[in-house]
Every structure is written in C-alpha cells, then in structure tokens.
Write a protein that binds this ligand. Structure first.
Ligand code: HEM
Length: 408
C-alpha cells in the first residue's frame, strides 16, 4: 500500500483525543494498525496493535531511542538518561540507578510511603471534600521522588509543578513554554548540587552518581544531570495520572470497590489491571535506524514511529474482553511500563505506591463519591493520560496525626 492509503490524521494532542483515546485506537487497530500521520513534523507512523508495538519496542537495533526526545512533536526539554540512549550505554546507565528500585529497596521505602499517604490524606480528611488530583495525586509521588533523590521533602512542588504542566499542555501553549523554563532551572539546580556534592558528599543520588563509572570512566556533568532529571521525571507525572484515573474508575465500578474493600489482598491485581485499562503513558516514539517493514508497510530509515502502548493494552488479540476491568487476567502482560531494555525501572515502586494509596483511600474514605460533572481530562493527553481534576465528597474522618504531632 502507499503512504496515502494508510494516511490517518492521528493527533494525540487534541481535545477529542483527550476525551476518548480508546475509540480512536480501536478504529486504528481495526482499519489501519500501521498508520501514517502528517499532524506533526515531517509525518510519523503510529503503531496500535499489541504484536507490532511489542515487537518494535523490544527491537532496539532497528527502533532506536537515541535520536532526540521521545515525544511527538519533539520539544527537547533536555536529554533524559537512560531512556534516550540505546544498549549497551542505556544498560550501563540503568545499572547505576538500579539499586534505588530493587524489590528490597522498595520494601524499605514502604513505611515512608505510608506516612506520606496518611499525612497527605490528613490534610483534607476532616473537610469531607477534596480534589483527589491536587490534594492527593500530586503530593504523594512528589514526596516519594524527593526521598528517592535525597532532596528535602518540602521541595516537591518545585519538581512536580513544571513536570505536570509540561506534560499536560500542548506544544505552543504558554503554560508549556513556562514549564520548559522551570525545567531548565531544575537542571540548573542539579548542576549546582553536583558542584556542592563534589566538596561535601551527602546521602543522595548526585553523590552516588559522582562516585559511579560507565565504560571505566566517571560520568560527566551532563550525564549526571540527565540521569537525575530522568529519576525526577519518571515517577511524577505517570503516578499522578494513575492515582487520579484509578480513583475515578473505582467510583464508577462500585462492585469492584466493594470487593477490594472486603479483600485488600486483591489490590495489587487491581492496580495492575487498572494500569492496563488506562495506561498513564500513552506511548513514546522511536527513531528508525534502517529501512524496515511492519505489517506490510515500508518504513524508512530516519522516520519516527509512535509506539502506542495504551492501544496495545486494549487489543482483543492480546486481552480478551479488553474494554472491561477484570482481576482474573493472570498473567497480565500489559505494556503500560513499556517492555525490553527500557522497561520502566520504577515499576515495582510505582505499583507499591499505588497499592498503598488505593488501600488507604478505601480504608479512610470508603464512601467517597466523585462529582463526575466536574471531572476534566488534562488539556492534552498525548503523552500522559490523566485527569486535571477529580473532585470528591465523603463522610469526614479524623486525622491520624495531630497537626505537627506524632501518630495517635
Ligand atoms: C504508574 C507509574 C509509571 C508508569 C506508567 C511508567 C511508565 C514507563 C514507561 C512506559 C517507560 C518506558 C519508556 C520507553 O521505553 O521509552 C518507563 C521508563 C522509566 N521509568 Fe517509569 N513509569 C511509572 C513510574 C515510574 C517511577 C515511580 C519511576 C521512578 C523514578 C520511574 C522511572 C522510570 C525510568 C528511570 C525509566 C527509564 C528506564 C530506562 O530507560 O531504562 N517510572 N516508565
């Protein structure tokens, strides 16, 4: 077929897409699973079937991450490592941060995560109303991320606000440009940290990276900034999106909510399945390194391909009854964390965090009801599928800790 035959004006930054990306993905999977869009740049390919998306994500020889940022359109908010490199360098960078994300490291973080969730809920539990995005979903991953990099917990808004503004607005919008400037300032803060930590090592990520080597040499300053920014970026907007989406879904599926309240041991399976159902990261791009063929279409060297993990997760060829949330999918090979050499290194942490949030939500606000008329998607869901606001009402409860005091 010619490129015109598979032309589809796919634009993942429109309001229509943000309201219901699943309908557009279904149409693409059914009519044109390897589609070509001219909505941005010199055009790009969109892959939507599970088998194509999986195969190309794993094939890092042909589909490279090392060619610029992985967004469409490209915007260069600063390089992130290891995600913008290919093996073997990507693997070498990844090894340096792996100790932060092992099962035992995550287990050791769990008491702090519980404290963050409880303290955050304490701030609004007596009120009987909240916005689960602003009041819960933003602070918790922010605080956890501060612990990961060893920064003061009170600094979380400095990190969360620009990342969130960047990924939820469209290219060209003033909010996005302003967020880009604040992200540049954040990179500056990491550079300052590097200078400070060279003199006075601490117990933080920058100190660890200053002592690390790749290829038998120390990391240079840019590499340290790029890795630190990745750790800051990775856990924030994704987990924020997942918390808002999950809280909203459980408002609509009261049977599942009752089951989870009665059987909290089912929460991890629910977290996994809800991540499949509404993938927070819709997809990232790759750069084609050599002419190739996918589903009968010729893709040329130098072109860009969007790997739509969110669509793969709804492919009936891979998941029977894909538009239904079911806890009996075992295994659940969804692609919400990607797959292959770049598979999300923070997946165990994210799942632990989400399970703690859901359990506490069900325990402390068991009758929460979402004001659905006021729920809005973010301005753009092209990168992260998220709600801008999830307003709720519930029977007011009591704080677990007195203001500024110890646990009761
Ligand atoms: C629900 C939450 C999360 C989702 C949906 C998610 C999703 C993803 C996806 C799809 C990728 C693959 C990117 C690619 O192949 O191009 C990725 C990579 C990554 N994620 Fe996550 N992520 C989440 C939470 C986290 C957390 C909590 C962290 C901790 C900082 C994190 C850190 C990273 C890092 C460092 C990478 C790059 C790994 C590499 O390139 O080897 N993520 N994530």
């Amino acid at each position: 077929m010619t490129r015109q035959d598979v032309h589809y004006e796919f634009d993942h930054h429109t309001t229509e897409f943000a309201e219901n990306p699943w309908r557009i993905y279904r149409e693409l999977r059914e009519t044109c699973p390897v589609a070509h869009s001219t909505a941005y740049e010199d055009g790009f390919w969109v892959l939507t079937s599970y088998s194509d998306v999986r195969r190309c994500t794993v094939d890092t020889e042909t589909f490279s991450s090392d060619g610029g940022d992985l967004l469409i359109p490209s915007e260069n908010p600063g390089r992130l490592l290891p995600v913008q490199a290919d093996p073997p360098m990507a693997t070498a960078y990844r090894r340096l941060i792996n100790p932060l994300f092992t099962v035992s490291a995550v287990r050791a973080m769990e008491p702090a995560i519980r404290r963050h969730v409880d303290d955050t809920i304490d701030e609004f539990i007596e009120r009987g109303t909240a916005d689960l995005v602003t009041d819960l979903a933003l602070p918790v991953p922010g605080l956890v991320t501060m612990n990961l990099v060893g920064w003061p917990e009170r600094d979380w808004p400095e990190v969360v606000e620009p990342i969130r503004a960047f990924s939820t607005h469209r290219v060209g919008e003033p909010e996005r440009a302003a967020a880009g400037q604040r992200l540049a300032a954040l990179r500056g803060r990491v550079s300052e940290d590097i200078r400070r930590r060279r003199q006075a090592p601490g117990d933080d990520l920058v100190t660890r990276l200053l002592a690390a080597t790749v290829d038998g040499r120390p990391l240079d300053e840019d590499e340290i900034v790029d890795i630190t920014m990745m750790v800051l970026f990775g856990g924030v907007d994704t987990t924020v999106a997942a918390i808002g989406n999950m809280a909203l879904y459980l408002d609509s599926d009261r049977d599942l909510r009752a089951r989870l309240s009665a059987h909290p041991e089912l929460v991890p399976a629910a977290v996994d399945e809800l991540l499949r159902y509404e993938a927070p990261v819709q997809g990232f791009a790759r750069f084609v390194r050599a002419d190739t063929e996918i589903g009968g279409e010729r893709i040329r060297r130098g072109e860009k391909v969007l790997l739509a993990w969110a669509s793969a997760n709804r492919d009936p060829e891979a998941f029977p009854d894909p538009d239904t949330v079911r806890l009996d999918r075992s295994p659940n090979p969804h692609l919400s964390f990607g797959i292959g050499p770049h598979r999300c290194i923070g997946a165990t942490l994210a799942k632990a965090e989400l399970a703690i949030v859901l359990r506490r939500l069900l325990e402390r606000m068991p009758d929460y009801t979402v004001d659905r008329a006021r729920v809005r998607p973010t301005v753009s869901c092209g990168t992260t599928f998220a709600r801008a606001t999830v307003p709720v009402r519930f029977t007011p409860g009591s704080r677990l800790r007195a203001k500024g005091g110890d646990q009761e």
